[in-house]
Every structure is written in structure tokens, then in C-alpha cells.
Design a protein around this ligand. Structure first.
Ligand SMILES: [Zn+2]
Ligand SMILES: [Zn+2]
Length: 381
């Protein structure tokens, strides 16, 4: 798979957003890591998600088209988003301006090119978890689902810094700017030295004259975010989808964590699911079981014709091939098992009663028509 986002999704560079979404749905179903056999499925799936994320966002797509794949990737990895949209300078105070040579070069100089030579990579944000309930029909078709999740997000007001940009900064006197304090205690066992993050500056080493009023200095606020997730057809109850970068922000300015979505598939009134197969109970009459009949049975894809063979026994199960749930790996579908149940009538009209008595007698059964009549009939059949 080529790296280029358009190639990843298999669309042309002038594809519409709709076309891109459609291509994404197909690819996502194929490579979903919970389901794909491909040993590189997870990596491929991430690329597919990434490509869709960028190409369906008009602003990001423009930047991507303008910069080309490599430069975009590099820029984005290091928090370029904020810089590009002008929402704030992620390198405030780092001399990001005036270094010349284009963004890629600046990132290289500031971050050591990400090759592990320079500074440690900032820690990724926390993964968050949520649950999403869908219907069996939605699991059958695959669905684009909108949902809300409450999560910490970078404070817009201060860009995550926790203080107004023009707040005066001074070195924390408690820790002399080190961000940690070392305490030495005299104990009966000797001197014990303990280093803890400085409480006064919360480990930052710097105190600001003002706190951000929005987030009270935290740098992030809890927001209700509305997100859309692509649930692939065939997903099973209890499987988990991962939305990369939709988790908590990193306190160190690194990548966001991921959002894990546990899928719950609601039980269906008519169908029972067993893996990729479905089960359906079909009530039929005694004559239908005896003579055979052609009836319609419901499937998740509309009604299907089903032929009850002559002489069907109550409880017998028939298989309708390929009428079950689609398999996540994109290889066909499971089956629909139809279990027939011969229903004994609870009341008969006069004509029916006579016919049934005649039927029993013709078979040599002595039937005494008392309260136990239907019990006996049942046994006889
Ligand atoms: Zn704030
Ligand atoms: Zn301090």
C-alpha cells in the first residue's frame, strides 16, 4: 500500500468527499483489525482512517494537497495543525519563527527529526473508552453512527497553556524552576531523600501572574464532543473500535490518546445471533408440516422464500445459506437457520374437529373426546 492518502483509499485526487467516504467504508470493512486476517491489518487500518480523516476535512485536505504527503505527515506529527490554522503557536518561545527553510526543517531542528536522536518524545494522551449501542440491522448493514462523548479537550481560551499568553512569568521560588523538590527527612533508619513534583508550580518550574479563567489553569476543559464513527458491517457484540487521536490530549503536547468504542449490539425480536449465523423460529401448522408448503421467512435483507418439505417434524432446522450476518473480513455471510415449530391449535371449529377426529380414526386411534383430547392428539402426531 502506497503511503499517499489518495492511494491508500484508492481514489483520484479530485474525488468528492462522498466518494472518499464511500471508499473509506469499503476499505475499513476489509482491514478492520478486529476482524481482518491480514497480518498488517492494524497498520493498514490506521492508514485508512488517517487518510479519511485528512481528506474529508476541507482545511486539512487543502494543506495536504499543498504540502504533499511527506511534509504534511511530518508537520502534523509535531502539532502543526495549530500553527497552520493560526489558532496559536505551538512553539511559543522556542524561536520557531525566522528559522527559515520551511516548516519541515524547523520541526527537524526543534524536535530532532523524530529519529530518536534529540529529545524524548512527549507522552501520548490517555486513551478514553465509551460504549455504543447499535441494532442488529445496523450491524448487518454497517452504519455511520454519530455519538457524544464527554472528554477533556485542550482549553480554547489559553491553547492549553493554563494562563493568558501575556501573563507575566517568573521562576517558581519553591523549586527554583526545577519543577521538583527534594526533601530530606531524618528517620530512625537514617536519612531518607524524597523527590516529588513541586506543588506550588505543579511541576512546571514557572509561575504565572494570572490563570486562565476558562480552565482555571488546568489547560483543558471537559467538553461534550460529537463524533462520527464508521461501524463496519458484521461487527459483533463486545468488539471494540478505535478512533485514533480522539482520546485525551497529552499534557506534554504530544499526540492525543485514542478513543475506544465498545460496541453493544441490541438483541433482536426475531433473530438470535450466533457468531455470523442467525436463528429464526418459524411456526407452521400441522397440515403445512405434513404436505409441505412454500412460505416467506424474514431475513435482515427482506423476505426470503422457504420451502417446507413434506413430512417435516416439529423442531427440525433448515439452513438458508448466506442469509446470516455478513462476515467482517469481507468474505461472504453466515447462514440463517430456520427452526420450524409445529403449532398445535388451541381451539377448533366444528368442521376442523370432525375432520381431525376422522383423521385419528382412520389411523386406528381410539380418541375419547374429553378434556385430554388435545394432549392425545399431540402424542399421536
Ligand atoms: Zn485555559
Ligand atoms: Zn515550583
Amino acid at each position: 500500500m502506497s503511503e499517499d492518502f489518495y492511494d491508500v483509499l484508492g481514489v483520484s485526487s479530485d474525488a468528492s468527499t462522498e466518494e472518499i467516504k464511500q471508499a473509506y467504508r469499503e476499505k475499513a470493512t476489509e482491514y478492520h483489525p478486529d476482524v481482518s486476517d491480514d497480518p498488517n491489518a492494524e497498520e493498514k487500518f490506521k492508514k485508512i482512517q488517517k487518510a479519511k480523516q485528512v481528506l474529508t476535512d476541507e482545511e486539512k485536505r487543502q494543506a495536504y494537497d499543498r504540502m504533499g504527503h511527506d511534509r504534511y505527515e511530518q508537520a502534523e506529527k509535531h502539532g502543526f495543525d495549530a500553527g497552520e490554522s493560526g489558532a496559536g503557536d505551538p512553539f511559543g518561545g522556542m524561536g520557531g519563527g525566522g528559522m527559515g527553510g520551511g516548516l519541515g526543517d524547523i520541526f527537524e531542528q526543534v524536535f530532532g527529526g523524530g529519529g530518536g536522536r534529540g529529545r524524548r518524545r512527549p507522552r501520548k494522551g490517555r486513551d478514553l473508552r465509551t460504549e455504543l449501542e447499535i441494532d442488529l440491522e445496523e450491524a448487518y448493514e454497517g452504519v455511520e453512527k454519530q455519538f457524544s462523548v464527554e472528554r477533556p479537550e485542550e482549553c480554547d481560551n489559553c491553547g492549553g497553556a493554563g494562563h493568558p499568553p501575556d501573563a507575566d512569568a517568573r521562576t517558581c521560588p519553591e523549586c527554583q524552576g526545577r519543577g521538583q523538590v527534594t526533601q530530606v527527612q531524618q528517620t530512625p533508619l537514617g536519612r531518607v531523600q524524597q523527590t516529588t513534583p513541586c506543588r506550588r508550580c505543579e511541576g512546571e518550574g514557572t509561575l504565572y501572574s494570572e490563570r486562565c479563567s476558562e480552565c482555571r489553569g488546568e489547560g483543558y476543559v471537559r467538553n461534550e464532543a460529537t463524533l462520527t464513527v464508521e461501524v463496519p458491517a458484521g461487527i459483533q457484540d463486545g468488539q471494540t473500535l478505535r478512533m485514533e487521536g480522539e482520546g485525551a490530549p497529552s499534557p506534554e503536547g504530544g499526540r492525543h490518546g485514542d478513543l475506544l468504542i465498545d460496541i453493544a449490539v441490541r438483541e433482536h425480536e426475531e433473530f438470535e445471533r450466533e457468531g455470523d449465523d442467525l436463528r429464526y423460529r418459524l411456526p407452521i401448522s400441522f397440515p403445512q408440516a405434513t404436505f409441505g408448503d412454500t412460505v416467506e421467512v424474514p431475513t435482515l435483507d427482506g423476505a426470503a422464500e422457504f420451502e417446507i418439505p413434506k413430512g417435516t417434524q416439529s423442531g427440525e432446522t433448515f439452513r438458508l445459506e448466506g442469509k446470516g450476518m455478513p462476515r467482517l473480513r469481507g468474505r461472504g455471510s453466515g447462514d440463517l437457520y430456520v427452526q420450524v415449530q409445529v403449532v398445535t391449535p388451541e381451539s377448533l371449529n366444528e368442521e376442523q374437529r370432525e375432520a381431525l377426529e376422522a383423521f385419528a380414526e382412520a389411523g386406528g386411534d381410539e380418541i375419547e373426546v374429553t378434556e385430554g383430547f388435545f394432549e392425545k392428539i399431540k402424542r399421536a402426531f
